[in-house]
Design a protein around this ligand. Structure first.
Ligand code: AMP
Ligand code: MG
Length: 490
């Protein structure tokens, strides 16, 4: 691998260098060959032979420089002070086969100075959820961390019950969170300029072409965050815990805990059962992204020499809403196979209202649009459509028939193949429903990892109907079924 451990050479106040604390008897959970190839991991016989030892904390390759990062954050809207890597270590940074710098971060690997009251461990349940979700989002083309693999172990970990300890080698284009700047502002303000330069040079070098690189960088962070959240809304993803310590400065999805994919469409849906006020409800995500950036940006006021003023920061944040709206609305039109224009949007919002009024499944309903188009193919989608139509009460059915007539009239004016491609490539067949992850977890807790492998394969190709799928992969919970409890506990 092409190591480039730059973080380990920044000011030592920013981290604590230490090795991982080994897990007892680590064993194979799953290995992501695609990510391994991307990193160049597969070219190194030693890494390939000893990956379980490495992920289990028994062996630290010579080129790794493990460290726990310090950061801070606002959690559920409150200043939480110092946080930091309490159970994960940045193990190494490498240039991948696209020359993009990637962090290898081992999560679940023991106590650090930032562990606070925690035990430094991660349970198998949350490790599998993070592993499959990072993979799912990557394959859906949504910026996100991914993982090289995970191991399970005999180290017992206490949560609501005793659970097996596990470790995940997370791979992300950065582990610098908005909360890093909050930490610097509180605990080492003299580092702000140097650290900002590091972020620009490492992650946003194109901003050096601007006459005010710091402002250009901040604008880019705002833009990427807005786009990432638009991607989440379009796919029906709720992150669950959008604290400032869980948002990356690269606009990549980071830190999977109580996340979920929307099933029966309800904009006010709260997946995280620890979120009693619904702060991180699905429909609040765009506003929370803005809130987070709004508490983050003022820290850069210190950089007066870089041209940062209150007004300039307001100008950086101002485009957030328009960027989000543009990306979201374009995406919504693509999900209908229509051009981005007002009458398409009207149809899209009416469709969402139909889903909401009748609690229809978000993923299946969008995919079922393919079943409306006169075509020999798409038998699966026609079945989905039939199931949805059968579920509708009479008034809703006539509203749907009316909508369908107007939708098909629009479609008729467009090249059919383009419409089909757009529908097919923007509406996945498979997302990681909580129930799917749960089945894989239950089996894995009995030592069976075949279901993790099957879901890995299924989610590798989310836009195609697959033979390895079962009805459960697209089945929708009953409208009155209690939600699977998903909490912050991990
Ligand atoms: P999270 O809710 O996973 O984003 O974590 C918030 C903070 O708590 C971070 O500083 C984590 O490193 C820390 N943390 C979470 N779980 C543990 C744990 N089991 N042991 C130590 N620190 C933890
Ligand atoms: Mg976190």
């Amino acid at each position: 691998m092409r190591y480039q451990n730059t973080y380990a050479h920044l000011d030592p106040r920013l981290y604590h260098k230490q090795p991982p604390t080994p897990l007892k008897n680590p064993r194979v959970g799953h290995f992501n060959r695609q990510v391994a190839e991307q990193l160049g991991w597969t070219d190194d016989a030693d890494l390939m032979a000893r990956w379980v030892d490495i992920l289990g904390g028994h062996y630290v390759p010579e080129d790794f420089e493990p460290l726990a990062m310090a950061y801070a954050g606002h959690q559920f809207g409150q200043w939480a002070g110092q946080l930091g890597d309490g159970r994960g270590l940045l193990m190494a940074q490498v240039l991948d086969n696209h020359d993009t710098l990637q962090d290898l971060h081992l999560k679940g690997i023991g106590l650090t100075p930032y562990s606070r009251m925690g035990d430094g461990r991660a349970v198998l349940r949350s490790t599998i959820r993070e592993y499959l979700c990072g993979h799912a989002l990557n394959q859906l083309d949504i910026p996100s961390s991914n993982a090289l693999g995970f191991v399970v172990s005999d180290t017992p970990v206490r949560r609501e019950r005793m659970e097996p300890g596990a470790a995940l080698m997370r791979v992300a284009d950065s582990h610098i969170r908005l909360g890093h700047i909050e930490w610097i502002a509180s605990f080492a303000p003299d580092l702000l300029a140097e650290f900002t330069n590091y972020m620009i040079d490492t992650y946003y070098p194109e901003c050096r072409d601007s006459d005010k690189p710091v402002l250009a960088f901040l604008q880019k962070v705002v833009e990427r965050t807005a786009r990432m959240i638009a991607d989440w809304q379009l796919i029906g993803f709720a992150h669950g815990v959008m604290n400032t310590d869980n948002l990356s400065i690269t606009g990549s999805t980071l830190d999977f805990g109580p996340f979920g994919f929307m099933e029966r469409f309800n904009p006010a849906w709260i997946n995280n059962h620890s979120d009693h006020t619904g702060r991180y409800a699905y429909q609040n995500q765009p506003a929370i992204g803005y809130w987070n950036l709004n508490v983050w940006l003022p820290h850069f006021m210190r950089l007066t020499e870089a041209g940062v003023t209150k007004e300039a920061l307001a100008d950086c944040l101002a485009p957030y809403e328009a960027t989000f709206m543009q990306h979201y609305q374009q995406g919504l039109c693509r999900k209908l196979g229509l051009p981005h224009q007002p009458d398409s949007l009207k149809l899209a919002f009416e469709f969402l209202s139909l889903l909401e009024d009748n609690l229809l499944d978000y993923t299946n309903s969008f995919r079922a649009l393919l079943g409306l188009i006169d075509s020999e193919s798409y038998a699966y989608e026609k079945q989905l459509l039939t199931a949805i139509v059968n579920e509708l009460p009479p008034e809703a059915l006539s509203a749907f028939q009316d909508w369908r007539k107007r939708y098909l009239a629009q479609i008729e004016t467009l090249p059919k193949e383009e419409v089909l491609d757009s529908l097919k490539n923007n509406n996945p067949v498979y997302v990681l429903r909580n129930s799917m992850a749960q089945r894989a977890i239950t089996a894995a807790e009995q030592g069976q990892f075949e279901e993790v492998e099957r879901l890995y394969q299924l989610l590798a190709n989310p836009y195609n109907v697959q033979d390895i799928a079962t009805d459960l992969d697209s089945s929708v919970p009953a409208a009155d079924a209690p939600q699977t409890p998903i909490s912050c506990s991990s």
